[in-house]
Write a protein of this length. Structure first.
Lengths: 408, 110
């Protein structure tokens, strides 16, 4: 298979940048175009809710690559270029300014958009999401003069934004429909540990309640109304209730879409020469024998690389164990694996002291793990998850036994 | 500058990564199966040190904070968030003396 003459990557996301970097690292010497809808250079999204929001990470440090990276590698980075349509049969993509770009292969890495909260007042000033650099800039500006922040949803985004806003001195109230932070991923028992951490830092958490609307004065939010009848004072609101894959560019093509762009284990879509990677892709996962649409940053980077190799007709099927980190206050939280429920939580260490590693065990098989300030031990836990074999959960929970013994 | 004495080689046991300050630079030395390697102690991604968060895994250097992976000898990024290669340094052992050249070994990286 000969390499395509022109590869176009749509989206300056972590996946898109990884794809571009990998193509050059793999020796691709054709024309390489990276199209970004935003006018700012590709940035490191995880920092938006943490260091960049806190003001401790500069614009330069936020950039995924220095400017020289693109010129050194002859990558045609075009910012402010929104792709409006793919024309795979004509080997081109159409831009919003009416022009088109030749594309013998296309990698779609458009990521997603913040899920909107469909309630009255959601359009008021002061109600923001947390996905783009513009979101983080807006929130930083809002937080400067604000006292009370209300966060909607306490997943990773809500929890991280809460931690950062607390360090900036704002009073933070979170409204979360479930009964603990991060309950969907981590379950109640670990979720409570995370909740305790936030409580210690003065975050007010309201669980089992939902937001039904926002009120404002002069177009600016002042109050949040909840299902249970609470009215919360809000100088600003951050909505963190997930994202929706941005599949707009493949509308009108034969590229199959179902909760993201459907791709195989080599990031190939249903249309030849069209690939998709990162948050936007719903990918076959050989290890789990099902499709996954993973929203982790690590996945975006790995998957972008897979798409790049696939364009060149190379690479192994993608079957990485999902993994994510989340730094909140002095807690380094890591989660790896994937569960669809579990019947046993095998805990090593002290959950209350936030020095622990726990396995989610289903039918005797460890399917996921969470580490609280145990990054190093997580490496061994990941090796156990990768084996996918039944393990005695009592032994797994026994700190006297080194985890490496389970993979020896 | 050439090789200068950085400490004792026996301080770094098999599988361990220890921090050393050499000519004002904070370096780390890893012992992989008896072979010693010197490199910058700070991961090129974000605020983590190998002496605290590093692991040797399948012959690779791993920053366990955010899953970065490096080649021990060349500093090349093998996986994860970092993209900048890690600075690596020439190292020699004489008796128990750990000798390190505190100038980045560009030859190893290329």
């Amino acid at each position: 298979m000969s390499a395509p003459a022109v590869v176009v990557i749509v989206g300056t996301s972590a996946a898109g940048v990884s794809a571009a970097s990998t193509l050059r690292a793999e020796g691709y010497d054709g024309r390489l175009v990276l199209l970004g809808e935003e006018v700012v250079p590709p940035y490191d999204r995880p920092l938006l809710s943490k260091g960049y929001l806190a003001g401790t990470v500069s614009e330069n440090e936020l950039n995924l690559r220095p400017e020289s990276f693109w010129t050194d590698r002859d990558i045609d980075l075009r910012l402010g270029s929104r792709v409006v349509a793919l024309h795979p049969s004509e080997q081109s993509v159409a831009l919003d300014d009416g022009s088109s770009v030749r594309a013998d292969a296309v990698i779609v890495a458009t990521g997603g958009r913040s899920r909107a909260l469909p309630v009255p007042g959601a359009e008021l000033d002061g109600v923001v999401g947390m996905r783009t650099r513009a979101d983080s800039d807006a929130l930083r500006e809002l937080s400067a003069g604000a006292e009370h922040a209300v966060l909607v949803g306490m997943g990773f985004i809500g929890a991280e934004v809460a931690a950062t806003l607390r360090t900036l001195g704002l009073a933070v109230t979170i409204v979360e429909p479930l009964s603990t932070p991060l309950e969907r991923v981590l379950g109640e028992q670990i979720g409570e540990v995370v909740g305790e951490l936030h409580a210690e830092h003065g975050v007010e958490m309201i669980f089992g309640d939902g937001v039904i609307g926002f009120d404002g004065t002069n177009g600016r939010v002042t109050e949040v109304a909840t299902t249970s009848g609470r009215r919360l004072r809000a100088d600003l609101v951050v909505v963190g209730i997930g994202m929706v894959p941005d599949t707009a560019v493949v509308t009108g093509t034969q590229v199959a879409v179902d909760n993201g762009i459907l791709v195989d284990e080599h990031a190939r879509t249903s249309v030849p020469n069209v690939y998709a990677a990162g948050d936007v892709a719903n990918h076959e996962h050989p290890f789990y024998r099902r499709r996954l649409r993973t929203e982790h940053w690590t996945h975006a980077v790995d998957h972008g690389a897979v798409a790049a190799r696939s364009v060149l007709g190379r690479g192994d099927p993608y079957s990485a164990i999902p993994r994510v980190w989340s730094d909140q206050y002095d807690l380094a939280l890591q989660y790896a694996g994937m569960h669809t429920g579990w019947d046993r939580l095998a805990v090593r260490g002290d959950l209350a002291a936030r020095d622990a590693l726990a396995f989610y065990v289903r039918d005797g098989i460890p399917v996921a793990a969470v580490a609280l300030n145990r990054n190093r031990e997580m490496r061994r836990a990941m090796a156990i998850l990768r084996r996918g074999e039944a393990v005695d959960a009592d032994l797994l929970a026994d700190e006297a036994i080194d985890l490496s013994e389970f993979v020896a | 500058m050439g090789l200068i004495n950085a400490g004792r080689a026996s301080e770094v046991g098999p599988g361990e990564i220890k921090a050393f300050t050499v000519a004002g630079r904070e370096l780390a030395v890893a012992n992989l199966d008896g072979e010693l390697y010197a490199f910058d102690n700070w991961c090129t991604h974000e605020s983590c040190t190998f002496s605290d968060e590093g692991e040797l895994e399948d012959g690779k250097l791993v920053c366990t904070c955010h899953f970065g992976e490096f080649d021990l000898s060349t500093g090349e990024v093998l996986g994860g968030p970092p993209w900048e290669p890690l600075g690596v340094y020439k190292l020699a052992v004489e008796g128990d003396n750990l000798l390190i050249d505190p100038k980045i070994d560009d030859a190893a990286a290329s």
